[in-house]
Design a protein around this ligand. Structure first.
Ligand SMILES: C[S@@+](CC[C@H](N)C(=O)[O-])C[C@H]1O[C@@H](n2cnc3c(N)ncnc32)[C@H](O)[C@@H]1O
Length: 278
């Protein structure tokens, strides 16, 4: 197993990370090196992104690329740095190998969301996912309203919505692994999420729902704003995956094309997420 590490300047780290996650959607290990940050991915030889792609993704922030061979216990070591996430004092998003109830001192009654990220993006740890979860917590789940999770990844947002009482809940993703992970994680949590494969770039607009969750990057959010939805039109869209300076443009696109207005905006690190309502 290979560990491929990219060292970038701290000042540009968030921007570089956004690009790197396009190449490594299941997430990266983050190591603080003071004025630099190291992002590392693990994989078998041949399964890792090509070096030139990685260098291009890190862009001007790039300081160094290091490749090391790691012992066969890499999967266990990856588990060590993956920690449970608490959101809004109400949710605990954890992996199956974490103890229910969370870290020491974190007590019930947090809503327990168990996510085995597998090959799909979405441990809950990324700023963009957390921002979505915060905005989702601010919405009323009663009376139950349907949800569409656009780019569902591991299913973390869809499953949380189902556990909060929203329903029926559906999700789409262009990756087969994401659809499978969403269905498996939903079962792990005792909820149902109707997950299907759909490519926003080639398959046209996705089905709508009263609440749409969309943790995508700017180009795809602009595509969704332009394409709209089939069937039910959303009363609320949570749009995340935006760098802070991109939020105005995306809010304006949803206002112009979908008649949705910005009701809330949250920031975390370099990222921003929007709640857009009718
Ligand atoms: C940032 S991840 C979000 C995952 C999860 N919803 C979360 O919040 O943690 C974006 C997801 O969008 C999916 N995606 C990217 N391009 C897509 C496309 N063209 N059509 C459908 N899904 C896409 C990726 O596979 C990935 O699972």
């Amino acid at each position: 197993m290979i560990r491929l590490a990219v060292r970038v300047r701290r000042a540009d780290a968030e921007v570089a990370l956004a690009e790197l996650l396009e190449l490594a959607p299941s997430g990266v290990e983050e190591v603080d090196l003071g004025d630099r940050v190291e992002y590392a991915i693990y994989g078998a030889p041949g399964e890792l992104p090509e070096l030139p792609d990685l260098q291009a993704a890190a862009g001007d922030a790039l300081v160094e690329v290091l490749t090391t061979r790691v012992a066969d216990d890499w999967a266990e070591r990856w588990k060590d740095f993956h920690q449970p996430i608490e959101v809004g004092g109400r949710l605990l998003v954890r992996a199956p190998w974490h103890r229910a109830g969370g870290r020491d001192g974190v007590a019930a009654p947090l809503q327990d969301v168990v996510i085995d990220p597998g090959q799909a993006f979405g441990t809950g740890a990324h700023h963009t996912t957390r921002l979505c979860l915060q905005l989702l917590l601010a919405l009323d789940a009663e009376p139950p309203r349907g949800v569409m999770d656009v780019g569902c990844g591991s299913g973390v947002l869809a499953i949380t919505a189902a556990k909060l009482g929203f329903g029926p809940v559906a999700g789409i993703d262009h990756e087969r692994e994401s659809v499978a992970a969403t269905v498996q994680n939903a079962a792990l949590n005792g909820v149902t999420v109707q997950a299907t494969r759909h490519d926003l770039m080639h398959d046209g607009p996705t089905a709508g729902a009263p609440v749409v969750l969309a943790n995508l990057l700017r180009p795809l959010l602009l595509q969704v704003a332009a394409d709209g939805f089939t069937g039910v039109q959303p009363d609320a869209v949570i749009a995340s995956g935006l760098l802070a300076h991109e939020a105005d443009e995306v809010a304006a696109a949803f206002a112009a094309r979908q008649g949705l207005r910005e009701a809330d905006r949250r920031h975390s690190g370099e990222w921003a997420a929007l709640l857009l309502t009718r």
